[in-house]
Write a protein that binds this ligand. Structure first.
Ligand SMILES: Cc1cc2nc3c(=O)[nH]c(=O)nc-3n(C[C@H](O)[C@H](O)[C@H](O)COP(=O)(O)OP(=O)(O)OC[C@H]3O[C@@H](n4cnc5c(N)ncnc54)[C@H](O)[C@@H]3O)c2cc1C
Length: 398
């Protein structure tokens, strides 16, 4: 094991949650290491092929927090930030480049192609993390750590309390694919016509697709159920989903005139997992809290009050709720019990499996990432001190 440098904050995972956490901590003047197993930042937006930030305008009331605002500006410089309604659509290449530029500009130390494989814990504190990269085992230490792995990998390896719902309570896994040569794309009309046709595969009963900024059409139509934390099942689902693409494309070409000459140009390199493992946290966001609109005393970000979509058999789960408005996310949902120096960011914060969709959209992951990053930079201060700082960063707290 090679022992490497010490940092103030180490962030595991460079999806939207980890990107915002690393940037947030670095902008507070901290030495930050960001570890990512893929070849760069972006997470699902880049490596599962979905560069779509849903609800970015409605969640933030167009008053973007400092990190979201900086990302939008960087995407605009690349001419890759299409905002329609409240959704920002970009391209994988632009998201990766924009995030990389911002992280480097703020001095975040980047380590890609590096997988977290272990954590050393003493007296309820993480002492160091072990990373595997190019055949070498490296050990890094810091005062504070952030788990932005999506799957709560660091929390799990460090022995923090985690929750994994059953596959039935979770959400469908998807391999997104891209088409060129689509003559026109009218989502509303496609949705309507899709509903009247017989889709050739189970587990999917609604049309989902969009147009990124690179001139292609992004199809969100494959769906598989299974355990994303079981290595064998993950591989099985990945294989199954890629076979589904081969069934769906000829069906689209046959059934919809605008797709008659569509060509497959890309299939996402990684399976898209919407929900898997979460920290239990000092405070768990439960369905009942959202349903009853229970007050949150220590809000650090907002999610949405609807949840229960992308069920494993049909789009809507039996427990789906479509409450409107923002859902405040408590500070306690970021803190990993019982460890003293670990926070989570993004889709693996403390939320019941059935309600993960209330906090998983990318703008929300950016917001919880920024809150976790600033909290870690300040050594997890009292709520009032953190809230003051978050307001200075233009964060929406409720
Ligand atoms: C199919 C699909 C469609 C979606 N569509 C939309 C949409 O239209 N709009 C929207 O806003 N959101 C959408 N989402 C949701 C959104 O993309 C995710 O919830 C969001 O990306 C989660 O961000 P995150 O940073 O928490 O995790 P992730 O994006 O999952 O990033 C986690 C990162 O951690 C890394 N990592 C994991 N384990 C390790 C390890 N051991 N060592 C090192 N690195 C590790 C991963 O490689 C990854 O880069 C979609 C998700 C899916 C799956």
């Amino acid at each position: 094991m090679e022992t490497a440098d010490r940092y103030d904050v180490i962030v595991i995972g460079a999806g939207p949650g980890g990107f915002a956490a690393a940037l947030g901590a670095a902008r507070q003047g901290r030495r930050v290491l960001l570890v990512e197993q893929n070849s760069g930042p972006g997470g699902i937006a880049v490596f599962s092929g979905c560069p779509v930030f849903s609800g970015i305008a409605s969640l933030e009331s167009e008053q973007y927090n400092s990190v979201t605002g900086a990302l939008i500006e960087e995407l605009q410089k690349l001419d890759s930030a299409k905002i329609v309604g409240s959704t920002l659509t970009s391209s994988e290449a632009a998201v990766q480049l924009a995030m990389s530029r911002l992280l480097q500009k703020h001095g975040v130390k980047l380590l890609f192609y590096a997988t977290l494989v272990g954590a050393e814990v003493r007296e309820q504190r993480i002492e160091s993390v072990q990373v595997f990269c190019t055949g070498r085992h490296l050990s890094f230490s810091a005062s504070a750590y952030i788990d932005a792995s999506g799957d709560a990998v660091l929390a799990y390896l460090a022995g923090a309390e985690v929750i994994c719902g059953t596959p039935e309570e979770s959400m469908t896994r998807t391999v997104l694919f891209r088409l060129s040569n689509v003559k026109s794309f009218d989502k509303n009309s496609l949705k309507e016509r899709f509903a009247k046709k017989e889709f050739p595969l189970p587990n999917q009963d609604c049309f989902m697709g969009t147009t990124p900024t690179d001139g292609t059409v992004l199809m969100n139509l494959t769906a598989a159920a299974g355990d994303a934390l079981d290595p064998w099942d993950l591989t099985r689902m990945d294989l199954e989903l890629r076979e589904q693409v081969a069934v769906i494309l000829p069906w689209l070409q046959r059934e919809f005139p605008e797709f008659s000459e569509a060509r497959l140009v890309a299939v996402a390199p990684r399976i898209g997992v919407r929900a898997s493992r979460n920290i239990a946290g000092r405070q768990l966001i439960r369905c009942v809290d959202i349903d009853e609109n229970r007050p949150v005393n220590d809000p650090v970000a907002v999610g949405k009050r609807s949840y229960g979509e992308h069920f494993v058999h049909t789009f809507s789960s039996p427990w789906r709720k479509t409450h409107t408005g923002p859902q405040p996310i408590p500070y306690g949902a970021l803190l990993a019990a019982p460890l003293q120096n670990l926070a989570a960011a993004g889709r693996c914060i403390a939320v019941e499996t059935r309600a993960v969709s209330s906090i998983r959209l990318m703008p929300c992951c950016l917001a919880t990432g920024l809150a976790a990053g600033i909290a870690a930079a300040m050594q997890f201060p009292e709520y009032n001190i953190l809230a003051e700082k978050l307001l200075q960063e233009n964060c929406r707290l409720h």
